[in-house]
Design a protein around this ligand. Sequence first.
Ligand SMILES: [Zn+2]
Length: 418
Amino acid sequence: VSWRALPLKLVLFSLLLGPRVVGPGPAAMTTDWVSHQVEPGETWYALAWRYGVSAHALQLENGHPNRQQQPAIGAVIRVPPSERWPAAYTLSPPGGGLLRAAAEARTSVWRLALANEVAHPFRPVHSRTLFLPGGSEGAVELPAGVTALELSQSWPTPGQAIGLRGRLASPVAPQFFLDDRAILVFASGDRFVGLTATGAFYAPGLHRLDALNPDGTLWSQPLSFQPGEWTFQQITLTGEAAAIDQASIIAERERLDALWSLLTPEPYWSGPFTLPIENYLELTSEYGARRSYNGGPYRTYHEGVDFSAYGGTPVLAPAAGVVVLAERLYVRGGAVIIDHGLGVYSGYYHLSAVESEVGQQVMPGDVVGGVGTTGLSTGNHLHWDMLIGGTWVDGLAWLEQDLACWLLEGWGAPCGAP
Ligand SMILES: [Zn+2]
């Protein structure tokens, strides 16, 4: 019975019941419609093998008549009941096309073509992964030389740090891109981790995760971002604050940009990150808050997290790292910046006292300064920011997701106490 023959009523009925969302796990035949949230490498063909249905049926059901367009990572798709027993052997992408893959798998080229919905065995299949019936693993199509690939969150929000981790079969990791921006990738033996950041103005909706394979071919899968929830702040600048020196602001930013773009190719941290302040009064401004100055447009957002606190309250290193800046700046006042490795930096500003030195190795909980209201600030508070590859990320989300430990796991290192 083809899924297309199912009466519409039955489809609607199963919709009303609410589809089951199934996660990764061993494949099994299904007699119901199920929902599936797409993970990296789950192309239409891989999903077809996972559920024992045709790729075409999946594409039609999910409004994807274009065969080139893969399902978006994070999207929830509807899967009809199985037509055949799912699960497959994954054959590596055939450099020599179907003929060579068939010879290597000791099967007929016709059987391979039929199983993979290729119209004719002599049609080029490029670097597509091929599948054969049997086996027990979930089918995925990954970039060349990558044997496992995970994203820290399959449906990220703009402004959140995004982690990548996986395993390599070849000594060279592919280059990964989010849209056209390179993702920071660090390899350690046959493991690799990656980190990227979008900023809080990144548009929700469909974006693209690409991998440029060492052989020059491209692996690409859409990645879907969910809308963020942002607060809006109207700020009135008067007197001294309104007469700020734009040239000094730009010069300070350029200097810090140069600092933040330096990459330490290993993590300094060995446990989860903690909050950089214990005794604060209130969280006064979140990351990403849209800001309008003197009634103007909401053209900027808050790049860090503000904690109001009494002057002199200790400011603590949230994780191990190396201090790369410790001085008084024009905009940020008393400032400390810590390099945590893998392109991750954290900063502490408006400090009344800077209690650390450039080059100093800090451990989590070490006092690096005291809360103050130096620089362009209107009251005692700590402005804490976190950057990845020079782009601000939501530090509270970084803590909540425990990306630090997730990345260490991908790196093959234990995640100890903070
Ligand atoms: Zn702030």
